[in-house]
Design a protein around this ligand. Sequence first.
Ligand code: MG
Length: 258
Amino acid sequence: MRKSIIAVFFLVLFCPLLQTCMQENDTMTPQEKWKIHDPDRPLPPVVDPGPAGPLLPAPSDAVILFDGTDLSGWVDGKGNTPRWKVENGYMEVVGKTGSILSGQEFGDCQLHVEWASPEEVKGESQGRGNSGVFLMNTYEVQVLDCYDNKTYADGMAAAVYGQYPPAVNACRPPGEWQSFDIIFVRPRFDEEGRVVSPARMTVFHNGVLVQHDVELLGPTAWKVREKYKAHSDRLPISFQDHGNPVRYRNIWIRDLEK
Ligand code: MG
């Protein structure tokens, strides 16, 4: 009898506490629920986007960043001509030559990029077909061969790297052309450098909505959640050299601040 009274007493005492904890868990953002690159974060379901279509034509108000002929609009990290390969209408990452940056700078924009991971499958997880599309040279949409290649959810293809896994895995097989259509709203800072409004992104991967107006937590980074640092309103688009020979073609952008 005495034991039951004690049990009831503890139940009455702890139930509200437990409820509060559970409610808090429900209202937590995914970023609070999951550690960066958390291997336990659920992987998104696979969606077959269908076969690649023809090149998506650039609209008349777009700036052509790469038309398949040369890298004249691009520089490497030191401001020199990039040493990436250009052939058959695409550019290809040449490992250890560094990432490349567009000569022109952009803030809010709509960006179209086509990419292909190497047909010959090599490596696994983050070592397979890794590259990246950086908005403002700071905020990465991950490029990775995620076709039958398991990796942490916030590092998958079309993830906002380290922050948001894609809603679904819409990868085509290695070697096939894939597309990203990215709508990017840059962060706004006040005169003291404080964030007035964070960056936002919407991403379509092979025509499939995978990021819907997500609010970026800061610059994307490996293993750390970096805080925003005030930067200029326009910065280059950049593509990552992660050592894998990923290809890019048909890159165009619409400047939404003109
Ligand atoms: Mg990357």
